[in-house]
Design a protein around this ligand. Structure first.
Ligand code: F6R
Length: 594
């Protein structure tokens, strides 16, 4: 789950690659490095720390040369050390490689190379430059060597390679890890995602599994690495991306997370501009399928749980939600009469992608709900509904969650042939959220200050709101590092109540819906044992020490409005504890490893 980027052109490569890495930081941020070629010499610099820290020590963007590759790391194999940072080199320091993914057979490859090659790191990735070196020593070109290397690798990879003996060239191979090429007059970009080079070009080509590309200034030549024919270039489509630079800049906010929360009313409206026919067709697929299984991870799975509730409540269609990392254990029950709905902001989550592959292998239909255009999940699906909420830069998912909910609402209303009604109601909800955002800031900020030193937080709710409780807890853990649990309110008394001490914060999500009265009883039980009750509701109650007011809405829309104060609470708690909410430790935005 690292980020990789490369540039070849006629101007200095290092500033281009460095800038791209700043956009990829969400994918990993424990170490960083760059390699360039200038006057027949390969230069490389790398070190431990977030990208700005490494830059402050090493001036990565000042390296010479017009071809360069770079990496931000999220450690998998080997500790966070300078030696384990990328790029990795061959024995003579003439070949440099950056890699994203996991090489499963690296031990065996390393053992076979060890007698004649010198390894400096503990990483799986380092076998790649040494394999390339071994092939080039037999007279192969860089592209032939990369091609033969890629055929020896098992696992997932996107790697970029440069060699001092063949300057002005980057060779890249992809298997199960994203890579996209950016086309621009006289130069070429390549990276793990589009935003990395969006300020230079929106003309892109997505690489598929098994493909290789050779980049020279202004020209990208693609090959099908699996078929093994390096003389027959592939004709590949160039797509135009409609994201803008504004989408990927903070626009005056201190952090992307707050900017993205503030965008939520707009992103709901954007999600409503879907092609009507697409939504209707997808809704019909759901109704017709003998069984429907939704698969997703993390926050996207919580959106899926609410989707399941909406399908059942509004359209009488029962479906199941299976955690993507567990999907393989159920996939025998998936067949050609099954519709699998894959939900993923990034569209690159390895577990979700694996679920999609298994579903396709069993001849199931796949509908995906995805944000990132052209992502692996989107391309592998029979039908795709895009969230269209713009790139989400903060690691914690916020605006994509409400957009996922908006799409589930649309589908549920379309299943009842009442799409227009659904759209009108969602527009009204977006307006209510806009007003709510302004009201809640101060209160939530103060609450964060008061509770910032607590060791635990609990979130309780019933019915569909339970998924919001778990999402609130996930967000809090993720960026404030406070232990948090979300649970059905009725379960508290079956064990967890023993953990409640004087002042333990318990967030009670209890809008005035079918869950209201019973959830309040559970809040009273917790209060009687000393809990500090934070009520998220459209009505105040004696159980609450603090009341976070949400707008009144129709019952089914409460999940859309209750989640936002919880996102804000996590954000302000991270700030109150002196943490960077955009880059929580140990995590990465796009989880491309299983
Ligand atoms: C939490 C968060 C993660 C993701 C999960 C799935 O804030 O962002 O839990 O929701 O890793 O990611 P996607 O939706 O990209 O498949």
């Amino acid at each position: 789950m690292c980020g990789i980027a490369g540039f070849v052109g006629s101007e200095p490569a290092a500033p281009m690659v460095f800038k791209a890495l700043t956009r990829l930081e969400y994918r990993g941020y424990d170490s960083a490095g760059l390699a360039t070629i200038s006057r027949g010499h390969l230069w490389h610099k790398k070190g431990v720390g977030k990208l700005p820290e490494v830059q402050a020590q090493l001036n990565l963007d000042k390296m010479p040369g017009t071809v360069g590759i770079g990496h931000v790391r999220w450690a998998t194999h080997g500790a966070v050390t300078d030696a384990n940072a990328h790029p990795h080199l061959d024995c003579r320091g003439r070949i440099a490689v950056v890699h994203n993914g996991i090489i499963e057979n690296y031990q065996e490859l390393r053992a076979s190379l060890s007698p004649t090659h010198r390894f400096l790191s503990e990483t799986d990735s380092e076998v790649i430059p040494h394999l390339i070196e071994a092939h080039m020593a037999q007279g192969m070109s860089l592209e032939d060597a990369c091609y033969h290397t890629s055929r020896q690798l098992k696992g997932s990879y996107a790697f970029l390679a440069i060699a001092a003996s063949e300057p002005d060239k980057i060779v890249a191979c992809r298997q199960d890890s994203p890579l996209v090429v950016g086309h621009s007059q006289g130069r070429c970009f390549i990276a793990s995602d589009v935003p990395s080079f969006l300020e230079h070009t929106n003309q892109v080509t997505y690489m598929e599994d098994g493909e290789m590309v050779v980049l020279v200034p202004g020209q990208a030549t693609f090959y099908n690495g699996l078929k093994g024919d390096l003389r027959e270039p592939l004709a590949k489509e160039v797509s135009q991306i409609d994201w803008t630079l504004e989408d990927i800049s903070k626009q005056g906010y201190d952090y992307f997370m707050l900017k993205e929360i503030m965008e939520e009313p707009t992103t709901i409206r954007r999600a409503l501009e879907q092609d009507r026919q697409l939504v209707m067709d997808a809704a019909m697929d759901i109704l017709r399928a003998r069984q429907v299984v939704i698969t997703a991870c993390g926050t996207s799975r919580y959106a899926a749980l609410i989707g399941r509730y909406l399908f059942s409540k509004l359209a009488g269609k029962f479906c199941d939600v299976v955690m993507a990392s567990e999907f393989q254990y159920f996939s025998d029950s998936v067949d050609k009469n099954t519709l699998v709905i894959a939900v993923s902001q990034s569209g690159e989550t390895a577990d979700v992608m694996e679920g999609v592959r298994r579903a396709k292998a069993n001849e199931a239909q796949v509908l995906s709900i995805v944000n990132t255009q052209g992502s692996s999940v989107a391309r592998a699906s029979d039908r795709v509904i895009y969230l269209d909420c713009g790139p989400e830069m903060a690691v914690a998912a916020t605006k994509s969650f409400v957009s996922q909910l908006a799409v589930f609402y649309l589908l549920a209303y379309a299943m009842r042939s009442r799409l227009d009604e659904g759209i009108a109601k969602l527009k009204a909800a977006a307006g209510a959220i806009e007003r709510e955002l302004k009201d809640n800031f101060k209160k939530v900020e103060r609450l964060a200050e008061v509770t910032k030193d607590r060791a635990d937080y609990y979130f309780i709710a019933r019915g569909a709101n339970f998924a919001i409780a778990t999402e609130g807890a996930l967000k809090l853990k993720e960026i404030s590092y406070i232990h948090a649990e979300g649970m059905p309110a009725g379960e508290l008394k079956h064990g967890t109540l023993s953990l409640i001490e004087d002042g333990t914060p318990v967030v009670v999500i209890c809008p005035q819906d079918y869950t209201h009265a019973e959830t309040l009883s559970n809040a009273m039980e917790a209060r009687a044992r000393g809990a500090y009750i934070i009520g998220v509701s459209d009505a105040d109650h004696e159980a609450f020490h603090e009341w976070i007011r949400i707008p009144q809405t129709e019952e089914v829309f409460y999940p859309l409005v209750t989640v936002i104060p919880l996102q804000l609470l996590a954000y302000y708690l991270a700030l109150a504890r002196g943490l960077d909410p955009d880059h929580p430790r140990h995590l990465a935005k796009s989880v491309t490893v299983k």
